[in-house]
Design a protein around this ligand. Sequence first.
Ligand SMILES: [Zn+2]
Length: 679
Amino acid sequence: MNRTFTLLAMTAMTIFITCRPSAKPADINDPLAANRDTTVAPGTNFFYYANGGWIKRNPIPSSERANGIWLTIEDGVKDAVKEICESSANASATIGSNKQKIGDFFASGMDTLTIEKMDIKPLEAEFNKIDVIKDIPGLLSSIAHLQTLQVGAMFSIYVGRDDKVPTQYAIFLNQGGLGLPNRDYYLNTDARTANIRSEYLKHLQSMFQKLGYEPIAAGKNSKDIMALETSLAKASRKLEDLRDPYKNYNKMTIEELNKLTPSIDWNILLKEMGVAKLDTVVVGQPEFFKALNANVKSVSIDHWKTYLRWNLINTYAAYVGRQFEDQNFNFYSRTIYGIQEPKPRWKRVVEKTNRSLGEVIGQEYVANYLPKGTKEKLVEIGNNIRNETRERIQRLDWMTEPTRQMALKKIETMVMKVGYPDKWKDYSELEVSRDSYAQNVMNAHKWSFNYMIRKYGNPVDRLEWNMFPQTYNAYYDPTGNEIVVPGCNIIVPGYGKKLPDDAVLYGIIGGSTFGHEIIHGFDDQGSQYDETGRLNNWWTKEDREKFEARTKLLIEQYNNYVVLDSLHVRGEATLGENIADLGGIQLGYSAFKKTSQGKSNETLNGLTADQRYFLGFAYAWMVQIRDESLAAQIMTDVHSPVQFRVIGPMANTPDFYRAFNIQPGEPMYRDEKIRVSLW
Ligand SMILES: [Zn+2]
């Protein structure tokens, strides 16, 4: 046994002591064999063949939108965070210390007696400010102030690396201001969406009545809000159209922006938000801001005030009295996502404490819960995948030399942030007390807004993370040419104290995590950024055309997948993710083939090493999702539903065909002429 094996045995053991809920059944001998539904042939639907047994045995809990491997891992992390919260709440911590902040935030959220007694009192001062608005300058300054509390009225703003000058930060202004998840909810005519719209009107009415309005006035408010938001929705871009980095990058001076929107004085807005010395902004969708301007001119101040009251209560409904929280759940969780009942209170409060104090909790999580050696093991797998990417780029038969050299440069310089940040964010300005949960949430929102705004004008912080170590997810940032893989990605449930074999590790951590994120640097969007993170074309015309001919096939492949009755996967909106899944599965496989298990092709529990690799990859997506949530995903998410994240890439991978002897005529079979190979 080599060093790797020992380390993993150790980490695997610690992981399941600390990260898995102890109440759940511990050891299934071999999840890959046990999760299957062998009544489904691999060539019919590999997702159900691999995961169908588990799915049949594990219905979705009534308080969740989905069930599967993610929930198991996230519940384990949540148990750890709960321990951190509770022990902090019980400690006698110094005011201003991390422990005090975590403990008081959590305790204030669990104190339902005080929350009920105060109801919406913590928001009163904010409602009063809206009441006294008299004119457009007053409206604008109120909107700016509400933005600092992360009330997303009118538009959305963020500070990030400038796509064309990635060594500097820019301020980005984007479409926003909607109460429903996106524009399609206002405009689509199918029955499911029409029903959500009519439920939204009822929800608005109910929220206004709870705020003290008479039914007739509440009804009128609801219609006014719907009219205003529909007008903004009509001027908003579709999911697909938000993916073009050039079209959504329109840099202008403040003078130019003020000319585009003469009724909106951006000097007032930006000053109120704390932006100093501003020369330019990047406007994502100029036509949206034009429409916003028209609304500022034509919609009465009274209607705008109604809209702001709605935005305020909508942002904070989950942190005030029960009547607001329940009504908020009823619409946003039950109607839109099909969730039947709220999660236990401790879970909701742990989630919000974790989101608000992520890096403070992260420090505790890394020190006391993340298995020793996690970072090293993740880095090792990550490096193997990077080496594989390099080798595959060197071998690509469709790419000419100049583009290949640039692609190699990009993979060489790609930054890998793994495990946890080298430098933690400073939360010292964030005030937390046990007095009011809603106030704590407002303070946290304000802290995080200020943290973001203050970046502007300062040098780019290359050590910053936009995800917590305890977040089971990962990302690629094209403007930094960097991938970020948080520590808890080391967790693979279901192996008890035994070591998951390399097939599983390379399927999940190698293919679906590192491989997937690395390939985002080379997907239809990421590949438009160079190795320094600049939006800058490094392709020859000929190679780009070849790339696009291949991605066109991928778009068609996914457009044909049916999700739910008439709903199809949106091939164009999901293209970047589908390219990443395809590259991920193939990189993970070639890296796996260099391990001793991959070379030996030994059989384990009746499964060959290659079969185990592909089952391992499918295990990463062993999730079942409510129909309502699937419909919402198709409308708002650039990721394909899990089933197609398995069968889509596999149907393009010859090694998969060999491993399971997939034959022409089987549903998984794609003719060689239309199989896509990119990276
Ligand atoms: Zn992705």
